[in-house]
Design a protein around this ligand. Structure first.
Ligand code: ADP
Length: 304
């Protein structure tokens, strides 16, 4: 039997609340990787912290539903979700970095979240629509590895022209092959790519400061050339990152003056410049739902 398809727009989901929330976020950096274990969450957490330390109102949203690691990396592993009114209130750390993660919903860190497809999309929607994010300059989204439901939902929910991807890879060829899939994913979904970061790139000896290429280096840069995508920089292998991970502290807070933190800082300076440039471009006219409509000054017919 032929299935009836309702043509009434009123039958679709009401996106008003979602659009209002998204409209208050000036830019979203979606942090992705082709593979697990390349340091994507480490990079996402430290970038968010650094953006916040650079004076931008910043949030980090951990949409790794099955393996949330952001709370642990920020020393929030014991924290639970806070609800105020009808909204989730983000945890705030280090002078105002706002944090939301599936990890806050779990009773125990070993609990397994068993959801798939549409349910995941629903959870991620709530993490944007039902959270008191307030006005943010930057939202950093930490996605699970690969090109599955989570990054897809994020991109669809934030499809306002104010989101872009940051792709994290390690230098080895095996990792960069998977990153190519992430690049294809972004291109298929029209998500601009802010750039590639090569993590675990070389090793700087903490004693003599000499740099050696344990895992080789340069794979991320080569990839950026091959696909004509910006290269944002490299973060070295650093025993301090492992130590901080184990001690549940963010690296940049514990080691603000190392070569690794300088590298993070240089990347964030680039991100900040990109963010400011985007804000400048957007002044050409942005719609009240956050989308960039040429010539719209808000409140016009396209906004009703
Ligand atoms: P992913 O999110 O890609 O799965 P994580 O950020 O959880 O990866 O990192 C995996 C492991 O690698 C963690 O133990 C983390 O401390 C470590 N790690 C990440 N980046 C570095 C680095 N640059 N130097 C040393 N260890 C790192």
């Amino acid at each position: 039997m032929e299935q009836a398809t309702c043509q009434q727009s009123s039958c679709g989901p009401d996106n008003t609340a979602l659009k209002l929330k998204v409209g208050k976020i000036k830019h979203t950096f979606v942090v992705m990787s082709g593979k697990g274990g390349v340091g994507k969450s480490t990079v996402a957490v430290n970038l968010a912290l650094s953006l916040s330390m650079h004076g931008l109102r910043t949030g980090i949203l951990d949409v790794d539903i099955h393996g949330p690691s952001v709370p642990k990396m920020l020393g929030l592993a014991q924290e639970k979700v806070i609800v105020g009114g009808n909204e989730i209130i983000p945890h705030e750390v280090f002078n105002g970095l706002k944090v939301v993660s599936m990890g806050f919903m779990l009773n125990n860190s070993e609990d397994a979240v068993i959801v798939r497809g549409p349910a995941k999309a629903g959870i991620i929607r709530q993490f944007i629509e039902n959270v008191a994010w307030g006005d943010l300059d930057c939202l950093v989204v930490d996605c699970p590895p690969g090109t599955g439901d989570e990054p897809l939902s994020v991109v669809q929910l934030l499809s306002t022209g104010r989101a872009s991807a940051i792709i994290v890879t390690t230098p080895q060829q095996m990792a960069t092959i998977d990153v190519e899939k992430s690049i294809t994913f972004c291109r298929k979904l029209d998500l601009p790519i802010t750039g590639i970061i090569e993590n675990m790139s070389g090793y700087i000896c903490p004693h003599c400061q000499a740099e050696s290429d344990i895992f080789s280096s340069g794979g991320g840069y080569k990839l950026s050339q091959k696909f004509d995508v910006p290269y944002l920089g490299a973060i070295p292998l650093d025993a301090g990152i492992v130590k901080c991970g184990d001690e549940e502290r963010p690296y940049l807070q514990s080691y603000p003056k190392t070569e690794t933190s300088t590298r993070f800082d240089e990347i964030v300076e680039r991100l900040k410049a990109i963010y400011l440039d985007l804000q400048h471009t957007e002044k050409s006219g942005s719609c009240c739902d956050g989308s960039n409509v040429q010539g719209c000054t808000g409140g016009g017919s396209c906004c009703s």
